[in-house]
Ligand binder design. Structure first.
Ligand code: ADP
Ligand code: MG
Length: 748
């Protein structure tokens, strides 16, 4: 994607109302993607939301709204003024079929269905006539009266949807329910009102009011239970939203003032006392504290913070008093971005869903054909009309593909939510699905396998003092975000060396940096970099190099195109690295490392970690090429990195994983972001992904399996339509419940 294009693209998540099954999803997607300017759309049945990617200045929202409405659904866009260009404006929405209304409709249905069932069953009793002094005909009339509200009040939603579908020559699960219950009801009504028309003299009048009422009740029950369970699947987002406190304590001229969190502005100074929630992102100005960030990072040990440290809105001050300056609020704060990211991820799709979508799109028409064939064949084989009809109804009801539409999205939503609780941001469903198939993991070294806080352990200089070199180099490195840059600046600060004004000429990721102080050019970087710049390596340099032993990273400093200093840095391997890599290898994964650092140091680390392979002294795009090389050997490659220099490789890999304190560019280019700086989260990602995919497969199996087995049973008359309705409702509920089990996933 070109940069220009990229800037013009925007994403939005909007609610869609009225969808009931997988085929609705396909229809809404089709209608939105037709609109000019829409680049991508993904509709999620479980969240009832659409993720739309569009070109800002091309798209007309009114057109989207109209197109969705034409398809028979409603989209929650504020169409007045192409409003959602403005992020801050909330999109007004109303859920047409809230679980509340479902509950009401279900209750009404049950209220009538109980007497209907009782009366219908009692007619089959032999002693019935002695109990009630009514004949069959009168009872049938009562049944008609009782069933009518069930069909037309509680069942209204099915008929309404059926009708709007019909206008577009399409069909979905509503069609099946409406045609099924409708034919049972209208047939029975005809029997009651015009018995001569349908029945010959010998035949007993048989009605199916109970069938109709029981089916509607059961399906509403299923939908209601499903809505409640679905609600639970997205609890992760709710929990995150609840992290934000209601009030903030702002420092004013005279003292402090309690204001609603919405009124906090960037630049405000906020006071946070022990036990309080931090209301926004910012930087500590005064004080020390211990902050619990587990809700964001998944890291259970509170972190110590002092002046200059960043604080995250939504986290809790365990102990201490501090004042911080606000740097971001609302949707641009970290919490706001995380929520947006999770919402987008939960609205996205996993490739595995394509199977379900494809099946669903042909399912309903095929079912209708099977049902009609069932009906005709029963008649051909000389069965009474009512038997043929009831088997027709059974086929329609059992075949509803609702469970199919829920199989993937519910599992993804729970999985992505669960990941977020562990401080793992999964940016899309695809990332989660592919994590399950990883065969090769490639780690970046600095900041990923190592702590990323290299310590300056040795300096050798010529014609210049250590202090002078540090002053010059630190002044230039101050402009860089590289871990070495931070260490050099820290080292200078520790030695109380004053920094000077410096100009950054350029920085080469993975190589080094060139700056200017007082018109003096300074080159700082690794061997490759200095070689490229044609800096000579004389005997003094070679001697100095030998003096600094082989572990650790050497960095060269050249002034006036002459090497004047060598610095050695030691970066500790992360405590957990060895165990994590051992664990990954025991899962039969290939594990390797790519680094821009020198060969010796890379080799030492690789041996310590027992890696399968490593490459050293390489440049950012070479990292990507190496990823490509493994991909061409049919490996599914995950790249784990943290820096700008890892971005090309993160993009190239099948799953890009950005770690801990990753740079924004690395985060942007990866599909999974780990909020804490701890590699064990990688194991969690892989295990969680396996669990989610396993759940999806179970869900799909049960959704398909039950349809495949039950449709023939219904067709040959072995399945009572009421049982069919029960089975169908239970299958949806069990799919959602199965997905909810992912919540029990535990990180070891
Ligand atoms: P890794 O691939 O292990 O993450 P990088 O690619 O970030 O390491 O860096 C590779 C090498 O480039 C470093 O070991 C260092 O020698 C050099 N380097 C990169 N950036 C800088 C910088 N700002 N200052 C000095 N040296 C740098
Ligand atoms: Mg790195």
């Amino acid at each position: 994607m070109s940069n220009e294009n990229f800037q013009n693209m925007e994403k939005i998540v909007v609610p869609v109302e009225g969808m009931t099954c997988a085929s609705c999803v396909a229809r809404v997607e089709k209608s939105i993607s037709k609109v000019v300017g829409v680049k991508n759309v993904s509709v999620n049945l479980a969240t009832e939301k659409a993720l739309i990617e569009f070109e800002k200045d091309k798209v007309n929202f009114q057109e989207i709204i109209k197109s969705v409405e034409d398809a028979g659904y409603k989209i929650g866009l504020d169409y007045q003024s192409n409003q959602f260009h403005d992020e801050k404006k909330d999109i007004k929405t109303k859920n047409v079929y809230s679980s509340h209304e479902l509950q009401r409709d279900f209750m009404i249905a049950v209220l009538f269905t109980i007497p209907i069932t009782f009366l219908s069953m009692s007619m089959m009793w032999i002693d019935f006539d002695n109990l009630i002094s009514l004949n069959t005909e009168s009872i049938n009339k009562i049944l008609l009266i009782l069933t009518t509200p069930v069909v037309f009040i509680s069942g209204k939603r099915f008929y309404k949807a059926f009708w709007s579908n019909l206008k577009h020559f399409s069909a979905d699960m509503n069609t099946l329910v409406a045609v099924g219950t409708g034919s049972a009801y209208f047939y029975s009504m005809m029997v009651v009102l015009f018995p001569d028309l349908l029945l010959n003299q010998k035949q007993e009048p048989h009605v199916y009011f109970d069938t109709s009422a029981v089916i509607i009740s059961l399906i509403l029950m299923g939908k209601w239970l499903e809505a409640r369970a679905k609600h639970k699947t997205s609890s992760a987002i709710k929990k995150l939203t609840e992290l934000k406190p209601e009030f903030a304590l702002v420092k004013t001229n005279g003292g402090e003032q309690k204001i609603p969190v919405e009124n906090v502005k960037v630049g405000d100074i906020i006071i946070v006392k022990t036990g309080a929630k931090i209301p926004a992102d910012g930087i500590i100005q005064i004080g020390n504290c211990l902050i619990d960030e587990s809700m964001i990072t998944g890291e259970s040990i509170p972190s110590i913070k002092s002046v200059g440290s960043k604080v995250i809105g939504g986290t809790i001050n365990k102990s201490g008093y501090f004042e911080f300056k606000v740097t971001a609020v609302g949707s641009s704060s970290l919490l706001g971005q995380i929520i947006k990211m999770i919402e987008e991820a939960q609205g996205s799709k996993a490739p595995i869903q394509n199977i379900a979508d494809k099946v669903a799109s042909v399912f309903v028409p095929v079912v209708i054909i099977i049902a009609v064939l069932t009906f005709i064949i029963w008649l051909i084989f000389d069965s009474p009309f009512n038997i043929a009809l009831i088997n027709f109804v059974a086929v329609l009801i059992i075949a509803c593909p609702c469970a199919l539409g829920l199989a993937t999205p519910t599992a993804l939503i729970v999985g992505i939510g669960k990941a977020a609780q562990m401080g793992i941001l999964v940016k899309n469903g695809e990332g989660l699905e592919i994590s399950n198939k990883i065969t090769t993991l490639i780690f970046d070294k600095t900041g990923t396998l190592t702590e990323g806080f290299p310590q300056l352990t040795q300096i050798i200089t010529r014609d210049i003092s250590e202090e002078e070199v540090l002053a010059l180099v630190a002044s230039v490195e101050k402009k860089s975000e590289h871990p070495f840059a931070n260490s050099i600046v820290k080292a200078a600060e520790q030695r109380k060396i004053k920094l000077v004004d410096a100009e950054l000429l350029y920085e080469m990721p993975g190589r080094g940096i060139v700056g200017k102080v007082n018109n003096q050019k300074i080159i700082v970087g690794n061997i490759t970099f200095l070689n490229e710049l044609n800096i000579k390596f004389d005997s003094w340099v070679e001697k100095a190099e030998k003096e600094m032993n082989n572990s650790g990273t050497l960095i060269f400093v050249a002034l006036h195109d002459n090497i004047n200093a060598l610095m050695k840095f030691d970066d500790k391997i992360k405590e957990e690295s060895i165990a994590v890599i051992e664990n990954l290898k025991s899962m039969k994964l290939k594990v390797g490392m790519l680094t821009g650092d020198n060969f010796q140091n890379a080799k030492a680390i690789s041996e310590k970690l027992n890696l399968d392979f490593f490459d050293a002294e390489i440049l950012p795009n070479q990292k990507a090429n190496i990823v490509k090389k493994y991909q061409s050997q049919n490996e599914v490659v995950a790249m784990v990195g943290d820096g700008i220099n890892d971005s090309p490789a993160l993009v190239q890999s099948d799953v890009g994983i950005a770690m801990g304190s990753a740079t924004d560019i690395a985060i942007e280019n990866s599909s999974i972001v780990i909020m804490r700086n701890n590699l064990t989260a990688i194991l969690s990602v892989i295990k969680l992904s396996k669990k989610v995919i396993k759940t999806i497969k179970q869900n799909l199996f049960w959704a398909f399996f039950y349809n495949v087995v039950c449709i023939p049973l219904a067709a040959i008359g072995f399945l009572n339509p009421m049982l069919a309705a029960l089975a169908m409702s239970l299958s949806s509920v069990s799919v959602v419940t199965n997905s909810l089990r992912i919540k029990n996933f535990k990180e070891k």
